[in-house]
Design a protein. Structure first.
Length: 319
């Protein structure tokens, strides 16, 4: 039986359509199969990196001392690598404490240069403002376990240097002691990403010698102004404590155990022996990550009335 030409053409078109449909279906299946392992592989990698991170002893005082020695040697032999010539001593010591192998420092991850990349993930050491991390971290967090490391001066000795002669002047111990709560003013700047599952925070309490340049007194309008100082360098001396934050339970470790189940910022400030403003900033961050919850308002309590402000304050709970 011979079919008409128009029917032969019609059958050919139908056959081609069925083949295209089968091919597209196979391609879609292959695409789904190829995509799923990639996502799962990234999750497994991040989980393995976090486990390595949590196994590390971050209170290793001897390791910190070795890092100080290694950073001193790098200062002597610096040859102009990325960030080495302009790098401050505190930043360099923290990098060696995280990873003694200098070949893993200043590593490229995607389009970014990170301070350290090793089997525990990606590390960014930030000794001052966190503002620079707001643009850098989002792309890193997509497929990496990222830890922001922030050193906090615990006991600080201030050494003055003459800006002209370089002569070492007065040497005194600062009456102020640092605490983990000092980090919250910087952590607040990461509010948009602080809840990210791949983000960890490592806070280090470090004894520090702070060198300040003392400028010569200046005469102005017949009056002799006092000399001014500016911070020149911070030299880490010893590690005094650390806390690694990887989730809600870790954030709650920052709260004093003496706090009641429900508390206000005033009570947190009193128990932690920190300024009220610091307590308020800390609670904003802790609320953001779900470590504490706002339960309502508390009226004029006796302790607040004795302070003379009589304000109504937010009440929080850590449960």
């Amino acid at each position: 039986m011979i079919l008409p030409k128009n029917q032969i053409k019609q059958f050919a078109q139908m056959k081609e359509a069925f083949q295209n449909a089968d091919n597209s279906s196979d391609n879609e299946k292959q695409k789904n199969v190829s995509e799923e392992p990639v996502g799962a592989e990234i999750l497994r990698k991040i989980d393995a990196q976090r486990q390595m991170l949590q196994k590390r002893n971050w209170n290793d005082e001897a390791g910190f001392f070795r890092a100080c020695i290694a950073a001193d040697a790098e200062t002597v032999h610096a040859s102009g690598g990325i960030g080495t010539l302009s790098e401050k001593k505190m930043h360099s010591v923290i990098k060696y404490f995280i990873e003694p192998d200098a070949s893993k420092h200043e590593s490229r991850v995607g389009n970014s240069i990170v301070d350290v990349k090793n089997e525990s993930g990606v590390f960014e050491v930030q000794t001052v403002s966190f503002n620079v991390l707001r643009k850098k971290l989002p792309s890193l967090l997509i497929s990496n376990c990222v830890t922001v490391v922030h050193p906090i001066p615990f006991e600080k000795h201030i050494v003055k240097l003459n800006a002209v002669t370089g002569e070492i002047g007065k040497h005194r111990k600062s009456p102020k002691r640092g605490s983990f709560f000092d980090a919250f003013f910087e952590l607040y700047k990461l509010a948009e990403i602080i809840e990210h599952n791949n983000l960890n925070i490592l806070l280090l309490l470090v004894d520090t010698d702070e060198y300040r340049l003392e400028n010569a007194p200046v005469k102005k309008r017949g009056r002799r102004r006092r000399s001014t100082t500016e911070r020149f360098e911070r030299i880490p001396i010893a590690l005094r404590g650390s806390i690694l934050i990887c989730g809600q339970q870790d954030w709650r470790m920052l709260l004093p155990t003496s706090l009641q189940t429900e508390f206000t910022s005033a009570e947190l400030a009193a128990e932690a022996q920190i300024p009220r403003k610091t307590a308020q900033t800390a609670l904003r961050v802790l609320s953001r990550v779900g470590a504490v919850h706002l339960t309502g308002k508390r009226g004029r309590m006796k302790s607040e009335a004795q302070n003379g402000d009589g304000q109504i304050r937010d009440a929080f709970t850590s449960q």
